[in-house]
Design a protein around this ligand. Structure first.
Ligand SMILES: [Zn+2]
Length: 315
């Protein structure tokens, strides 16, 4: 008999588990399709998040072209927690039944104060031509954008190299996390990398990019570039897959109206609908703004963005 039933593996809540075990992940790794969650490979010195874990089967493959490792959920858990296969199978069952599992290391996370020290040590305001070209190539006025969103950049860096660093702030405007966008388009790099959870003042689960500039009308989009395009009043969930912690943060804003505008592809529209429904179930006025298929808000022209702002009453 197998150690674990296939149904339990399929229904295993991978993202909650990765949070629980403290393994940062990305949902926007270009090397993988949307069916995969990317984490830093545990088998080689991975400078990206190239280990792709399939959301349904939980099978993993390293796509860095270095270690070539692959395997299943139990092997992944044994590697992450340094436990046996039997213990890994027990872990999967515990997650299924919702038993309150003690964390692997019972050390409480150190309290990290908000501030500029959250950013990568190499982050600076010394933008090079490549950064400015990247931003203008995406239709932004680089200097205005850098000033408006307090952007930083990296060049040669240990981990976050060749990136635009966008500080993620709390409602008071203090830096609590960050997301760093690759400017090179190199196929082996994750498009966005966030702050290591252990070093963040606020876990990524609670972050909404752009929250410090919101008013009574809140436009919810997917990524930082969407916020840059749509302007003040837009917040990004940092991926299509929003979570309940972010919903709590949205509710705390007490906005009169929430508008959700994700990408124009089917899974994103479904996710946007679910978010609007959730906000409505909490007594808020929420609406979905649908874009044509394959259009994402970050690619709208400034004029199109302005029209949408006017339609929803954003000043
Ligand atoms: Zn690898």
């Amino acid at each position: 008999m197998a150690l674990i039933e296939p149904e339990l593996i399929k229904s295993f809540d991978l993202l909650t588990y990765l949070d629980w075990v403290g393994k940062p992940y990305t949902l926007t790794n270009k090397k993988h399709t949307k069916k995969y969650v990317g984490v830093q490979c545990i088998f080689h010195n991975d400078q990206g998040q190239y280990l792709g874990i399939h959301k349904d089967t939980k099978a993993f493959h390293c796509l860095a072209g270095v270690c070539g490792r692959s395997g299943g959920l139990l092997e992944l858990i044994t590697e992450l927690e340094h436990i046996s296969y039997q213990e890994a199978a027990r872990r999967v069952r515990e997650f299924q039944t919702g038993v309150d599992t003690p964390k692997p290391q019972e050390q409480p996370k150190a309290v990290i104060t908000p501030g500029i020290h959250i950013l990568p040590p190499e982050a600076s305001k010394e933008f090079k031509k490549a950064h400015l070209d990247y931003l203008s190539g995406r239709g932004f006025d680089p200097l205005a954008l850098i000033a408006e969103w307090d952007l930083y950049c990296t060049w040669n860096a240990d981990f976050y190299d060749y990136r635009i660093v966008a500080p993620i702030k709390n409602r008071n405007g203090e830096i609590v996390n960050f997301t760093a966008r690759d400017i090179t388009g190199r196929p082996d790099a994750a498009r966005y990398l966030m702050c290591d959870e252990a070093k963040a003042a606020v876990s990524r689960k609670h972050c909404l990019y752009g929250i410090e500039k919101t008013t009574s009308i809140v436009l919810i989009v997917e990524g930082p570039a969407d916020v840059w395009r749509m302007g003040r009043g837009a917040v990004a969930t940092l991926g299509t897959e929003w979570n309940t912690e972010q919903v709590s943060e949205l509710l705390k804003l007490n906005a009169t109206d929430y508008y959700v505008m994700f990408d124009g592809e089917k899974p994103a529209i479904k996710s946007a609908d679910a978010l609007a429904q959730t906000l409505m179930s909490r007594g808020r006025s929420a609406h979905v703004l649908e874009l044509p298929e394959d259009v994402d808000p970050g690619e709208l022209t400034p004029e199109e963005a302005k029209t949408i702002r006017e339609q929803i009453g954003l000043p």
